[in-house]
Design a protein around this ligand. Structure first.
Ligand SMILES: NC(=O)c1ccc[n+]([C@@H]2O[C@H](COP(=O)([O-])OP(=O)(O)OC[C@H]3O[C@@H](n4cnc5c(N)ncnc54)[C@H](O)[C@@H]3O)[C@@H](O)[C@H]2O)c1
Ligand SMILES: [Zn+2]
Length: 356
């Protein structure tokens, strides 16, 4: 068992990394929760695989209720949040009770959102089970639900008391979801850590085969980078924006294709390649580095381009993104191996050229 501290003053917490030890979580929960009552929020896929293990681990120590959501993004809604508040009331959760998110980013985001608002905020813990959730969404305290017209638009910053990551849970994750999570993994190398990028180039296939040591090293490295960035900028006033590398175009790709054609990670992969192409065109990186990025993304079984791209619609979607300010698009672009810069007001021509 290894741990990383996310250092956020009174909101600090540990991320714990284990392998095939979901059944050992009670000891860690006891260190951070003073309650006897926990509501576990999960989804039907995850509960299928892990509910029994989690029950055996915590039922002897806590008074627990389980609520399962229909898997998928459509469950991240105010309607489902309302259902969860009702369950919480029926179950008698009070201000000292806790919520546990057991699942991917959808479960983590809505469970965190409910925890942040129920009785003006009760403690919650994250037990992320998808790669995306383990390296990204469970850390940093962004919690949200979707509005029918916009993703993640209703939410806040609310840090968990603990993140408990069992890398072995990735063995049941569908391949396409694993690859999607790898987009965020590659992102961390490009934005912050050239050495990690080298390591990923050596170990990509080992990670995909879920070699224990490779996966654990990868998870720790990613979480350390995210924790460091979040520590420096908890509420995204500046530096945290580098985590959006590949996301400006990625979100545009998702929205212009109706959130159906690509997973989030696939869209981000495409976005990272196009952003790197912009950097290449602008003379900030060389061809060699651009091809390294593209190859690594390809080896993670992720797309590197889209066919029949509607450039106009894409640029329009990007300027409407919630991260755009007054319609101006900000880009995170690579400037050297393991380094990126934040560029405001990039001329649309540069975007069009890279997309061509
Ligand atoms: N809060 C943040 O900072 C942040 C960051 C990035 C993404 N997100 C959010 O995360 C969500 C996407 O997360 P996701 O990709 O994990 O999606 P998800 O939660 O929908 O999980 C993907 C699929 O994998 C299944 N699954 C999860 N773990 C499994 C396991 N171990 N075995 C078998 N199946 C498993 C789920 O049931 C689901 O069908 C989006 O809503 C996005 O907005 C939030
Ligand atoms: Zn992302």
């Amino acid at each position: 068992m290894e741990r990383i501290r996310v250092d956020l003053g009174i909101n600090s917490y540990d991320i714990i990394f284990v392998w095939d030890k979901l059944g050992d979580m009670a000891g860690e929960l006891k260190k951070v929760l003073s309650t006897r009552r926990i509501m576990v929020i999960t989804d039907d896929n995850v509960s299928n695989f892990y509910l029994e293990t989690v029950k055996a681990a915590i039922d002897p120590h806590y008074d627990v209720r389980y609520v399962s959501l229909t898997p998928g993004e459509q469950s991240k809604s105010l309607e489902q949040a309302q259902r969860l508040y009702t369950k919480a009331l029926e179950f008698g959760l009070d201000r000292h009770s806790a919520i546990m998110a057991l699942g991917g980013g959808v479960v983590g985001d809505i469970a965190g959102f409910v925890a942040s608002t129920y009785m003006r905020g009760i403690p919650y813990v994250q037990v992320p089970t998808s790669l995306l959730a383990q390296v990204d969404s469970s850390i940093g305290g962004k919690v949200a639900v979707n509005h029918p017209q916009a993703k993640n638009i209703i939410g806040s910053f609310y840090q968990p008391k603990l993140v408990y990551i069992d890398g072995k849970t990735l063995s049941t994750l569908p391949d396409r979801q694993l690859y999607s999570g790898l987009a965020e993994v590659i992102k961390y190398g490009i934005i912050y850590d050239g050495q990690f990028l080298n390591w990923l180039e050596e170990r990509m296939e080992d990670i995909i085969m879920l070699d224990r040591d490779s996966v654990l090293h990868c998870l720790k490295r990613c979480c350390r980078i995210k924790a460091m960035v979040v520590k420096q900028d908890e509420r995204e006033a500046g530096m945290r924006a580098i985590l959006n590398f590949g996301h400006t175009i990625g979100h545009g790709v998702e929205s212009t294709t109706g959130y159906r054609k690509y997973t989030h990670g696939e869209a981000v992969a495409i976005g990272m390649v196009y952003a790197s192409k912009m950097a290449l065109d602008m003379g900030m990186i060389d061809k060699d580095y651009y091809h390294r990025i593209k190859n690594l993304i390809r080896r993670a079984h992720l797309p590197t381009e889209i066919e029949n791209l509607d450039t106009k619609a894409l640029i329009q979607a990007m300027s409407k993104d919630k991260k755009a300010v007054d319609g101006r698009i900000t880009f995170i672009l690579p400037t050297a191996v393991g380094r990126v810069g934040i560029f405001h007001d990039v001329h649309p021509e540069k975007i069009t050229k890279a997309l061509a």
